[in-house]
Write a protein that binds this ligand. Structure first.
Ligand SMILES: Nc1ncnc2c1ncn2[C@@H]1O[C@H](COP(=O)(O)OP(=O)(O)OP(=O)(O)O)[C@@H](O)[C@H]1O
Ligand SMILES: [Mg+2]
Length: 430
């Protein structure tokens, strides 16, 4: 599955807008409140249509009342909020090697999310559902919001960690919570626990356990091993030098990347076990990540996109970010979706300052706002001094007051004040 285009009508901040996606990596960039998360949510509504074709109950995601564009209007002299209807999300893409167009819509506040115009996509999903025992590959779908680690989705309250699966294991377990923006951490841990229990019984690790573990280890600096600890009932990451740390004690950045990579890899392993050791390379699908740079140091930000690309080369990633380091690491400007302004032709040769100023509309990114402001004040001060020098005597006090006022906000910087005051004393002779 790959999404080529998405058009939305009356969805959150978008009255009418369409987007085109790159088949590999997409980085959505824009100032706060320009609609990055809204766009990811709209894509998640579109890709959730795939799940409607499966008999097994999975995450249902439709258009919510809060998705309808809300406007502030005056009706009969009364100010009030009004929603715009219908809300429509239309996608085109390639699914099971076929070009498909599908639509989800909600006509009014009380209406359901319709899927009549998604019948072609749902029929393809039904075909896969009827053929689950065959070697067909299922597309991976996953959504990671900014609160991805805050809270487990409610259905995963399986405590203590089960080494046996609750029901009959199914490939479709790989779709559990897949359009929920939170990671089902307990289920991820339970998957590791089951895999390690089976490995213990079989006397060797399964291919899936090896592949998922390897994906995590290759994306976390200095990591050498990942295992489940039955006493602590959590994952343990071993670093170079032999230091081992439980998941709960890892840093936010480490936990964020570990959970993200492990969750995508485990979903691929559940959906397509027949792909064996190629499961991560060959599994296709769409993964949405809001604020990919969440908790990451710039050094890590510089390689996180390449890590995702090389670990999951057949996945289409649609991510958002505020980081110039991520923008710089894109392979082409076609991978950049700008919600305000235009993407430049080249990115790789741009400095961070070019990107901040030219793409992200940051003024004077070379220095802090305060430094730029002080430089402006100093220039203005010296200009005023020159004027004061030639002004009539009766105006001198006015000039002195103006000069004193302009220095007042910098009382915390005596060197700056002292320098300009010395200039004043030299110029005005006092
Ligand atoms: N139902 C709605 N109708 C109209 N506007 C909405 C609706 N829901 C949210 N918005 C507005 O849409 C805008 C975009 O919100 P969104 O969360 O997508 O921003 P964002 O680009 O992700 O910002 P940030 O970088 O701060 O996360 C915001 O101004 C938000 O208040
Ligand atoms: Mg957002």
């Amino acid at each position: 599955m790959k999404i080529n285009t998405l058009a939305v009508q009356n969805f959150r901040c978008y009255h009418e807008k369409s987007f085109r996606f790159h088949p590999s990596v997409n980085l959505i960039v824009g100032q706060n409140a320009t609609g990055k998360t809204a766009l990811l949510d709209a894509v998640s509504v579109a890709i959730a249509s795939w799940l409607l074709g499966f008999k097994k109950k999975n995450d249902k995601k439709g258009i919510e009342l809060s998705d309808a564009t809300l406007s502030f209007v005056e009706k009969e002299g009364e100010p009030q909020f009004a929603e715009s209807w219908p809300v429509i999300v239309t996608a085109t893409g390639v699914v099971e090697n076929e070009n498909v167009t599908w639509e989800r819509s909600k006509a009014s506040q009380g209406g359901n999310t319709r899927y009549g115009n998604a019948s072609e996509l749902i029929a393809l999903a039904k075909r896969c559902d009827a053929d689950l025992t065959a070697d067909i590959s299922l597309p991976l779908i996953s959504y990671y919001g900014t609160m991805r680690l805050w809270q487990d989705p409610k259905a995963s309250r399986t405590n203590p960690v089960q080494t046996r699966s609750a029901g009959k294991p199914s490939r479709l377990d790989g779709y559990k919570h897949c359009v929920d923006p939170r990671i089902g951490l307990k289920e991820l841990v339970a998957w590791f626990a089951r895999q390690e229990w089976q490995a213990y019984q079989a006397g060797k690790d399964s291919t899936m356990l090896t592949v998922v573990r390897q994906a995590v280890v290759s994306c976390i600096e200095n990591a050498v091993h990942l295992r489940y600890d039955p006493k602590r009932e959590e994952l343990i990451l071993t670093l170079k030098g032999g230091e081992s740390l439980p998941f709960s004690l890892l840093s936010d950045g480490q936990r964020c990347v570990l959970a993200l990579i492990a969750d995508i890899a485990q979903k691929a392993a559940l959906l397509n076990p027949h792909l064996g050791e190629d499961v991560l390379v060959k599994t296709q699908g769409v993964v949405l990540i809001d604020e990919l740079d969440l908790h990451l140091h710039p050094k890590w930000q510089r390689h996180v996109i390449e890590d995702l690309r090389t670990t999951f080369p057949s996945i289409q990633f649609i991510c958002t970010s505020h980081s110039p380091f991520l923008i710089q690491s894109l392979r082409s400007s076609e991978e950049l979706i700008m919600l305000d302004g235009l993407a430049p032709a080249q990115l790789a040769n741009k400095t961070l300052e070019d990107i901040a100023a030219g793409i992200m509309s940051v003024n004077t990114p070379q220095v802090s706002n305060r430094y730029a402001e002080m430089k402006g004040v100093a220039t203005e001060y010296l200009k005023t001094l020159n004027e004061a020098n030639t002004a009539p005597v009766e105006k001198l006090q006015q000039y002195k007051d103006r000069l004193a006022d302009s220095l007042a906000p910098y009382a915390d910087n005596p060197a700056f004040q002292a320098f300009l005051e010395m200039q004043r004393a030299a110029k005005l002779g006092e």
